[in-house]
Design a protein. Structure first.
Lengths: 238, 156
């Protein structure tokens, strides 16, 4: 399985079919999700209509964390087994992850001002999420910082794997320390404390974000493979 | 083949040991800093170190629930309010002048920033509201309140 996808040409064939499919699915899910988030889902008993920010904030946060975890696993694969596509995946996914974490931070800030009374506080959850954003940006910078591309690959892969420590810190920050940010709503002991009437909007939007990011990442990998092939052709012609 | 196999394992060992080492360092740092990572202290923590806090006049944050029925508006023109912050064990009286956040109300989670000015009395310069992880429509909340008024109280 691991080696099956290591062949860029084989990957190309599959990704060419998958990315438009993912794009179409994300369009459908976003349409249904936006309708659910803005029309059919109820206001909250405490927060009123402001709660609707959740349907953007939470999917962005989930996939920012999940994507980082997948990237770190891909980085291990690329570092140890010299898996070309795994490295291309990290490179392609990093800007997507950076944007997801930025969306999470910005929507959180817009949500925090009316509800908490502050745009930003330095509590453990917000700070560790900011660090995740810096990890994504740091990876992008480090990946391109060396003239020798292989050195950039290695250094940035190690950064990704080391930064993995931050993921459980983000997830459990609200349990380990007193934070202004409330505890987990969905994945926690005793089941979710989100009313069932709010779940369709949240999960449709989360699905939409997944397929949208998937389509973009696949397309970015395809472009990178094409660029590499083009470079090699030019080299062999000279 | 053996060379490539060995190189692969060296790389695997390298990345795992680097990660484990840095992970350990981060874990130790966080354990060491756990007092500083804490965003606020409960009334019980504050009263336990009350003498030290009063002497040093340190800027701290207190967090807990606004005791129901404890919000009082002072008779001055600066919109000063006083209320009791409780962790259901100990209480601290908080005085605050300024605009309160929308969610500030009886029984709500709250974080106040300021200094301890007298035993059991806290003067806040910033007031933040904290909400819990429950989300539901108002009708559901009403129904829950009707059926089990005590169970539905907010927790910090």
């Amino acid at each position: 399985m691991l080696h099956y996808f290591a062949n860029p040409s084989r990957f190309q064939k599959i990704a060419r079919i998958l990315w438009p499919l993912f794009g179409a699915l994300s369009l459908i899910l976003f349409t249904l999700g936006t309708h659910a988030a803005l029309v059919t889902s109820p206001p909250d008993y405490q927060q009123g209509e402001t709660v609707r920010i959740m349907y953007v904030h939470v999917p962005a946060a989930w996939w920012a964390l999940a994507l980082y975890t997948i990237m770190a696993l891909a980085a291990i694969t690329a570092f140890v087994w010299k898996h070309t596509v795994a490295d291309l995946f990290c490179k392609a996914a990093a800007p997507v992850g950076a944007v997801l974490s930025a969306i999470c931070l910005i929507t959180g800030s817009i949500w925090g001002k009316p509800m908490w009374g502050a745009w930003w506080v330095w509590d453990a959850r917000l700070t560790s999420m900011l660090i995740l954003f810096f990890l994504y940006v740091g990876f992008i910078v480090l990946r391109n910082a060396f003239d020798d591309e292989q050195r950039g690959e290695k250094a940035s892969q190690i950064l990704l794997v080391v930064g993995l420590i931050n993921i459980p810190i983000i997830k459990f920050s609200v349990d380990w320390w007193n934070t202004l940010h409330q505890g987990a709503t969905i994945i926690k002991k005793g089941g979710p404390s989100l009313d069932p009437s709010m779940m369709p909007a949240l999960f449709l939007m989360a699905g939409g974000v997944f397929f949208f990011c998937g389509a973009i990442i696949l397309l970015r990998i395809l472009t990178a493979i094409t660029m590499k092939k083009l470079e090699n052709t030019q080299k062999s012609q000279n | 083949m053996t060379g490539a196999w060995q190189a692969k394992h060296t790389r695997l060992a390298l990345i795992l040991s680097v990660t484990a080492g840095i992970g350990l360092a981060v874990a130790l740092t966080l354990i060491g800093l756990s007092q500083n990572v804490t965003y606020f202290y409960a009334p019980t923590d504050i009263l336990a170190s009350q003498e030290k806090l009063l002497k040093e006049q340190k800027h701290i944050r207190i967090g807990g629930l606004v005791e129901r029925g404890s919000i009082k508006h002072a008779q001055d023109k600066k919109a000063t309010i006083t209320f009791v912050v409780t962790d259901l064990k100990e209480n601290v009286l908080v005085r605050y002048t300024g605009i309160t956040p929308d969610l500030f109300r009886d029984g709500q989670g709250v974080v106040a920033e300021g200094t301890l000015t007298a035993p059991g009395e806290f003067t806040a310069t910033t007031l933040l509201a904290k909400h819990d992880e429950k989300y539901m429509p108002p009708e559901v909340a009403k129904a829950l309140e009707k059926n089990a008024p005590e169970k539905n109280k907010d927790k910090p």
